[in-house]
Design a protein around this ligand. Structure first.
Ligand code: PGA
Length: 251
């Protein structure tokens, strides 16, 4: 499936039970049936993957897990492999989200292993990067992003199978966003880093994430170099999630 802009992916995080999920994805499916521009996807809790993947089959909407292990199988209690994601119907995997990097002490090297496992299984790998507020204040944003791209993006990854999400840690769930110039600059920098690392790397789909809402979506999605958004809180209600996508389409 090609990734036509705007690419709007929802990250439900640790939210969602079967009853709500059914209604939510029915709304996504009916929206997708009515228009064919752009790209939609949802990264749902592992417990909902089969249900959501089944409900969205044939709609063109990507369905992903929020993490996968770096190994394809083994003695790793509580973990989920990329093989299992695929088996449950997922077409994508989110790896290296800042909440995973913080809560589970995931290093760039660990994230690299996860991204490789996802690619190995033919999943779209969505790799998250982003600086902390302290790093931005200390003028370390570029250094941080360069290190994360170098350390967590697999060499030789195909640009069609890879998405990079720029998510400043201080913008996630806070209601604060960088200004347009900061976002443009970060995306331009990431594109240069990706161009150096991968053949065709300048063409990688780059998403902005962190407090994207219907109110700021049109402005953010219109920024040069921004191919779409990774949406947390506002993806939990189909109305606001789809309004973000619609804002990108009409921009
Ligand atoms: P938010 O989360 O939209 O709630 O800020 C974004 C994310 O963590 O992907």
């Amino acid at each position: 499936m090609p990734l036509a802009a705007p690419v709007v992916f929802g990250n439900w995080k640790m939210h969602g039970l079967r009853d709500d999920a059914e209604a939510q994805v029915a709304a996504l499916a009916s929206y997708a049936a009515k228009q064919d521009g752009g790209t939609l996807g949802v990264f749902v809790p592992a417990t909902l993957l089969s249900l959501v993947a089944g409900a969205l089959r044939g709609t063109g909407i990507w369905v992903g897990g929020q993490d996968c292990h770096g190994s394809l199988e083994g003695a790793h209690t509580g973990d989920i492999s990329a093989v299992m994601l695929r088996d449950a119907g997922a077409t994508a995997a989110l790896v290296g989200h800042s909440e995973r990097r913080t809560d589970h002490r995931e290093t760039d090297d660990i994230v690299l292993g996860k991204a490789k496992a996802a690619l190995d299984q033919g999943l779209l790998a969505v790799v998250c990067v982003g600086e902390t507020e302290q790093e931005r204040d200390a003028d370390q944003t570029e250094a941080r992003l360069a290190k994360q791209i170098e350390g967590s993006i697999p060499d030789g990854a195909s640009v069609d199978q890879l998405v990079v999400a720029y998510e400043p840690v201080w913008a996630i769930g806070t209601g604060r966003t960088p200004n347009a110039q900061q976002i443009r600059h970060a995306h331009q920098f990431l594109r240069e880093q990706l161009a150096q690392k991968l053949s065709g790397g300048a063409g990688v789909t780059l998403l902005y994430g962190g407090s994207v809402k219907p109110e700021n979506a049109a402005e953010i999605l219109a920024i040069d170099g921004v191919d779409g958004a990774l949406v947390g809180g506002a993806s939990l209600k189909p109305e606001s999630f789809l309004a973000i996508h619609a804002a990108g389409l009409s921009g």
